[in-house]
Ligand binder design. Structure first.
Ligand SMILES: [Zn+2]
Length: 292
């Protein structure tokens, strides 16, 4: 009799445990994702190697000189915007319409492509809940938000259209992670040049709590380097020594002074972006024959 009771108790405990686990995975999938993400971030510690550029010839230009060249893209993708590096009063973002919102022009192609792939995978589109905000709009957001999820006026990427808040129908904010689309965006947005700008456990550097819905365009391959290194944008920009060349996935990367930008004489593509710390980020795809 005692043995029978023991078996019944064991079966009941197992049923309770399994249904609890099923409930948790089904309805609290955001917590499950966050748990895995916490440990995954601990394993991301990629270090960007320096490039060997001995075989290349270089010339120096000012940013102004480069702005007249058709073969160099100048965009806002490297702009660091936070409480320390606020938006300069004399600099205006390059905005383009996206649905009923406005976004920074540099991300239009990448966002369109990511949305298209998400639709093909999950049959739903990303909704852009918030994109570009004027200073007045940012002030309104601060007045109504709770905790540390809204940056001060002048310290928000939304005011440059570089950071956007995304979700899917019925799931915005942290509940975005309850959807396969939300988890997909968090795991794969770097492939399109986006980062989760305020990742888990980065409050001490960014001053903003975890925002799995706020994606920020930094371009390829920077987003992938940031993802694999476990750094946040502040740390990544800081990690690049001025004038040095780094290599990732066939790209050459360098952080340089805007008055003396050194570029290879021949390249397949080149993007230059002021980083708002007094320097600019240079991203070059060299001619394949010259660099391998
Ligand atoms: Zn945001």
């Amino acid at each position: 009799m005692k043995k029978r009771l023991k078996i019944i108790a064991l079966v009941m405990a197992s049923v309770l445990f399994i249904s609890g686990a099923v409930f948790f995975v089904t309805y609290k999938s955001d917590f499950v994702y966050i748990g895995f993400e916490y440990f995954a971030r601990l394993t991301r510690n990629y270090k960007l190697p320096q490039a060997n550029v001995e075989g290349l010839s270089f010339s120096s230009y000012t940013l102004e000189q480069l702005s007249t060249r058709g073969d160099v893209t100048i965009d806002d993708s490297a702009m660091l915007i936070n409480g320390q590096y606020t938006i300069p009063a004399d600099v205006k973002p390059e905005l383009v319409p996206y649905g009923d919102k406005q976004i920074n022009a540099c991300m239009l192609e990448a966002l369109t492509l990511m949305d298209q792939h998400i639709y093909e995978l999950y049959g739903e589109s990303l909704s852009v809940v918030s994109a570009y905000r004027s200073a007045d709009h940012q002030q309104d957001v601060i007045s109504t938000s709770k905790g540390d999820t809204a940056a001060a006026v002048g310290a928000s990427e939304h005011q440059f259209g570089l950071g956007i808040d995304v979700g899917v129908e019925g799931y915005g904010g942290r509940s975005f992670l309850k959807t396969p689309t939300g988890r997909h965006v968090n795991n794969h947005c770097y492939k399109y040049g986006f980062i989760i700008r305020y990742p888990l456990c980065s409050f001490d550097v960014t001053g903003i709590t975890y925002e799995p819905w706020h994606i920020r365009y930094v371009g390829v391959p920077h987003a992938e380097i940031i993802y694999k290194s476990g750094m946040v944008l502040e740390e990544y920009i800081e990690s690049l020594s001025i004038g040095d060349w780094y290599e990732y996935g066939g790209y050459l990367i360098s952080r340089q002074h805007p008055e003396a930008i050194v570029l290879p004489d021949h390249f397949a593509s080149c993007t230059v972006s002021l980083d708002n710390t007094g320097y600019c980020l240079v991203t070059v795809e060299p001619m394949v024959a010259e660099f391998d």
